[in-house]
Design a protein around this ligand. Structure first.
Ligand SMILES: Cc1cc2nc3c(=O)[nH]c(=O)nc-3n(C[C@H](O)[C@H](O)[C@H](O)COP(=O)(O)OP(=O)(O)OC[C@H]3O[C@@H](n4cnc5c(N)ncnc54)[C@H](O)[C@@H]3O)c2cc1C
Length: 455
């Protein structure tokens, strides 16, 4: 017989930490288990340090924009001290003492170890067994996934994933980024701005392929002008490592070569590693199947990347709130992802919410779109260097509400906030047109895009 507790949280990513902490504060006995660091990928190797790197790289880029605006010399910076500061400040050298203290201060108990499910309400960690009277919450995240390109698997020990890219304090002279999704373009731009020669190789026909085509085109243009090599629609036939360099062989094109290779082709959960079959889940599935309240089966809930909804910290946290309410018997509203926001923190930032134009049309909606270039707005004109971007709105004309939007440009992720609210609250377009938009802000381009809405 194992140790009896109310709740076991297996995997303590952002959502798991939040759920475990809140349930402990509610008076339940909660054990939170993690094989690595309490807090998961986001604070140590994900969102936080990558955004610190981006902030440093954007400062450099801003300083380089001074000539022509206010007049100044070219600016360079050493990568190593920046990388060391980020490692120290963002992650305290990958030490989670503060997070453990915070969690235990809320009343939970932290167990470090790799756990496996052993039936719906049992979790095994080494020789220890935890039996949950009320709930097991699974928040074990996802791992970097690499495509089956000949030669790539053999190089797993040599190439970078996000962890090594975040940990490095040595700037590679040249870097090949495999994958032009959010992580690939964000990190590619950072390393290029610090001085690496960067090539981004993407199999889809555009960068950030999950976003509007205009977003991919904008990034390809900006990154190209910053000196990155961008290869889309790439058919990679083989990868090898010759005389200290990675070589990507491409069908019909010259090979792409670099000192380092960053594989940023997505992340997938490992259901086998957590013993998902013991709760009746097919371990070859791409995600843990959950219902609207994140229930997998009786007594088991899932949170975060493992649910396959969207690999974002805000999704993990949002789901955690529903799970907490459900476990406490408060009958929460089911999850609603209509207004799920996403931000790619490149410069320009690509913020988007809800449906793309193609997705809205695929749903059979009567779609009207409106767009406006940020450089044509007063604020864009004032901003000048670095003002690239656009607003794109997707209206369900049948109901007269926005169902999707993109805000690309300086502070595009911040401008997105009002569009997220509009999609979430289904604010009628005629109401949005009657609002007063402060002058001269970037968000005033939203008003101009509303004026452009047409079938
Ligand atoms: C480079 C990068 C940048 C990102 N930037 C952003 C961003 O800007 N904004 C954003 O919203 N998201 C971003 N993300 C995504 C974000 O990090 C994740 O969506 C977020 O961490 C939520 O994941 P999660 O809650 O599923 O758990 P994770 O953070 O993946 O944590 C899972 C935890 O479970 C533990 N675990 C796994 N298996 C076991 C086991 N068997 N036993 C015990 N413990 C286990 C792991 O050690 C880990 O601590 C980024 C990701 C990366 C890689």
């Amino acid at each position: 017989m194992g140790e009896q507790v109310d709740v076991v949280v297996l995997g303590m990513g952002p959502g798991g930490e939040e759920a475990a902490g809140r349930l402990a504060e509610a008076g339940l006995t909660v054990v939170g288990i993690d094989g690595k660091l309490l807090g998961g990928e986001c604070p140590y190797w994900g969102c936080v340090p990558s955004k610190m790197m981006i902030r440093a790289a954007n400062l450099l880029a801003e300083a380089r924009r001074v000539p022509g605006m206010a007049g100044a010399a070219a600016v360079t910076a050493d990568w190593t001290p920046v990388a060391r500061r980020i490692r120290h400040e963002a992650t305290d050298n990958w030490d989670d003492r503060v997070a453990v203290e915070r969690f235990e201060g809320r009343g939970g108990r932290f167990v470090r170890g790799w756990g496996r499910l052993d039936g719906p309400r049992r979790v095994v960690v080494g020789h220890d067994v935890y039996e949950a009277r009320r709930a097991v919450v699974v928040n074990t995240g996802a791992r970097p996934w690499a495509p089956p390109i000949p030669g790539l698997a053999e190089l797993e020990d040599r190439y970078w994933t996000n962890r090594r890219a975040i940990e490095t304090d040595t700037l590679p002279a040249s870097l090949v980024v495999l994958g032009g999704g959010a992580i690939g373009v964000e990190l590619g731009q950072v390393f290029a701005r610090f001085g690496s020669e960067v090539s981004i190789v993407e199999a889809a026909d555009r960068l950030v392929a999950l976003e509007e085509p205009e977003s991919g085109a904008l990034l390809a243009d900006v990154l190209g002008r910053e000196g990155l090599q961008v290869v889309t629609s790439a058919r990679i036939t083989a990868v090898h490592h010759d005389t200290g360099r990675f070589v990507l062989e491409l069908e019909g094109e010259r090979p792409v070569v670099g000192d380092n290779l960053l594989v940023a082709t997505g992340r997938r959960p490992d259901l086998q590693a957590i013993g998902a079959a013991t709760i009746g889940v097919d371990e070859s599935a791409r995600a843990l199947p959950v219902d609207g309240r994140l229930r997998v089966t009786d007594g088991v809930w899932g949170i975060g990347d493992i649910t396959g909804v969207g690999a974002f910290t805000h999704v993990s946290m949002y789901q955690a709130h529903i799970v907490v309410e459900d476990i406490l018997g408060h009958d929460p509203e089911p999850a609603d992802y209509r207004a799920l926001p996403r931000v790619t923190f490149t410069d320009p930032e690509i913020g988007s919410v809800g449906l793309s134009e193609a997705a809205a049309r695929a749903q059979g909606l009567t779609v009207r779109t409106g767009s406006y270039p940020v450089p044509d707005s007063t604020r864009g004109w004032i901003h000048k260097a670095g003002n690239e971007g656009f607003i794109k709105l997707i209206e369900d004309a049948g109901r007269g509400v926005l169902v999707g939007a993109t805000s690309a440009g300086p502070a595009g992720g911040e401008v997105l906030s009002m569009l997220t609210l509009a999609v979430h609250a289904e604010v009628p377009v005629h109401q949005l047109r009657r609002m007063i938009y402060a002058y001269p802000t970037f968000h005033r381009a939203v008003e101009a895009a509303l004026g452009d809405l047409a079938s």
